[in-house]
Design a protein. Sequence first.
Length: 172
Amino acid sequence: MDAGANDHVLARLAAAGDRGAYGELVRRSLPAVRSLLRRMGAQPALADDVAQDAFIAAMRAIGSYRAESSFAAWVMRIAARLFLRRCRNEARLVSLEDTDAAGSEPTDTVDLDRALASLSPMERLCVSLCHGAGFSHSELAAELDLPLGTVKSHVLRGTRRLRDRLGIEELP
């Protein structure tokens, strides 16, 4: 398989039954998908399970991939939705209310994962999905069945906390 082929070419080959092409798409995308799920709050084993389910779902729907974004971004959105559905089904969303989860670690030793862990569960979820998986505020409000203003507040507050925690002026 040509490792230099772009996502759209590989997806077309995979849709035609080329397992090697799909394997290459998975190889390229798996780290980003697992990372997003971990940042959303999934434990390692759960992140692996959801990632596997997402890649199975993506394989089944590969014909609908239109290369409007990278394959990794497309699968990340699938994985994020599967994770949210799993959380809802297993009642794992802790609370829709804010909690003050700020830690006391010095900011010079904090990395992104620790900074995300310091956010409330809903702030972490909203920030991860908006900045990590590319969900719009409207899409996220629909997925979480929350008012748009609430989602915007979680994203804004979480982004500010991350910025303060990481000691940076602006987040991308």
